[in-house]
Design a protein around this ligand. Structure first.
Ligand SMILES: [Mg+2]
Length: 126
């Protein structure tokens, strides 16, 4: 029996958030969603760490930069983080926060899926 992998999506744009949730669940992922970094940190208090985090950078309350600092200080690099950003300097933003990868908005869903599959942590990996 294979357990579903979990993706945490942190994104303040509700249209993108719900599109990603529907898409990822159709691809047989379990999804957790948060509208900002603060909500995501709260979620991690009550859920197991996900196999991957998809992280928007510009968000109210707690942005992607601050989330990454807090998440990594608490959980080290136990979860791969993939940055989703419209910025032309997507690669630099990923480096800013030690993210493993990035997708530049607007992205195609099949492109995103490839990136997820490339970086997702295996369930039994440490
Ligand atoms: Mg945003």
């Amino acid at each position: 029996m294979s357990e579903k992998k979990t993706i945490l999506v942190v994104e303040d744009d509700q249209d993108i958030l719900s599109t990603l949730k529907i898409f990822l669940e159709s691809e047989d992922y379990h999804t957790l969603t948060a509208e900002n970094g603060f909500e995501a940190m709260k979620l991690m208090e009550t859920h197991s760490l996900p196999n991957l985090i998809l992280l928007d950078m510009k968000m109210p309350v707690m942005d992607g930069w601050q989330f990454a600092i807090e998440f990594i200080s608490k959980h080290d690099h136990l979860c791969p983080i993939v940055v989703m950003t419209a910025a032309a300097d997507a690669e630099q933003r990923a480096k800013d926060i030690s993210a493993i990868g990035w997708v530049a908005k607007p992205f195609k869903l099949d492109e995103l899926l490839k990136t997820i599959k490339r970086f997702e942590k295996q369930p039994n990996a440490t």
